[in-house]
Design a protein around this ligand. Structure first.
Ligand SMILES: Cc1cc2nc3c(=O)[nH]c(=O)nc-3n(C[C@H](O)[C@H](O)[C@H](O)COP(=O)(O)O)c2cc1C
Length: 254
């Protein structure tokens, strides 16, 4: 059984800061100004620190007209002059999941710095990413960021938690409920919210259609933040199609 590389990877202070940022994050697609030098330095540090196995986060400047293209009925991405590239090496096990975790750590750091951002895996031109790649590396997504333009819609449309759960979350211990609730607030491509949760014995399971991609990594980061300093353990399920979380000490369950 492979280990979970993100266990113990982020500091308590980082997890707390990102947990506070979760309710304030939304997809920002229009920007009024770039991040300043101090913000950019903080992001450089996070990008370097958050690189889980098989993932590189690289900050770069961009011409938004060249990097992004409009899609019918979709909102345009405009006036971004900075972005982060989420680069993964598909030869490394769980690289896509790790990319979701690392990229969302950077997104929540952006939120905590007062910056807007948006995951973009669809409407960007890979040929416009001016970052040298090595071997089989590919750009999984880009994240434009900067100061949000005024009057950006910040409302969040999410399914109720019970629609994401295979059993009744009202029967779960509080830690499991809080972890699933934090994942529910996560962004996902086309807002699909593919995550499914179930609880059995003392174990919370995260699974869902196409398990293992960016959307799941993003949810994992939210769950890591919600677990705070409670000693807990992550494991892959035997079928490899889900992740299992339980508290290390049964007596800690509240
Ligand atoms: C992996 C991923 C890929 C995404 N790709 C795009 C994209 O290509 N274009 C876009 O406009 N938004 C994209 N989004 C943003 C989602 O549409 C957005 O997160 C979702 O609608 C929920 O809205 P919220 O982030 O404001 O909560 C993406 C989000 C994720 C997590």
């Amino acid at each position: 059984m492979s280990t979970c590389a993100w266990e113990g990877f982020f500091s308590s202070a980082q997890r707390k800061r990102w947990q506070e940022a979760i309710p304030r994050r939304y997809s920002c697609r229009s920007f009024s100004a770039p991040a300043d030098m101090a913000q950019r330095s903080a992001l450089d540090y996070t990008a370097a620190r958050a690189g889980l196995p098989g993932v590189r986060l690289v900050l770069a400047d961009c011409d938004f007209n060249r990097l992004f293209f409009p899609i019918p009925f979709g909102p345009r991405i405009e006036y971004a002059s900075q972005y982060a590239a989420v680069i993964l090496n598909p030869d490394v096990e769980h690289a896509a999941l790790h990319a979701g975790i690392a990229g969302q750590a950077l997104v929540l750091e952006m939120t905590s710095l007062g910056l807007g951002s948006c995951w973009v895996s669809g409407n960007f031109r890979r040929s416009a990413v001016d970052i040298p790649l090595t071997g089989r590396e590919k750009v999984a997504a880009v994240i434009p960021y900067g100061h949000p333009a005024p009057n950006i819609p910040t409302d969040r449309k999410r399914k109720p938690l019970k629609d994401l759960c295979l059993d009744d979350p009202a029967d779960w211990p509080n830690w499991a409920f809080q972890a699933a609730e934090a994942a529910r607030q996560a962004p996902s491509a086309i807002n699909t919210q593919p995550w499914r949760f179930s609880f059995s014995g003392n174990t919370l399971r995260l699974s869902g259609r196409g398990f293992g991609g960016l959307n799941y990594g993003i949810a994992v980061l939210h769950m890591v933040c919600a677990m705070g300093d409670a000693p807990h353990r992550w494991r892959w399920s035997a079928d490899g199609k889900g992740l299992l979380i339980n508290l290390k000490d049964e007596h800690d369950i509240i």
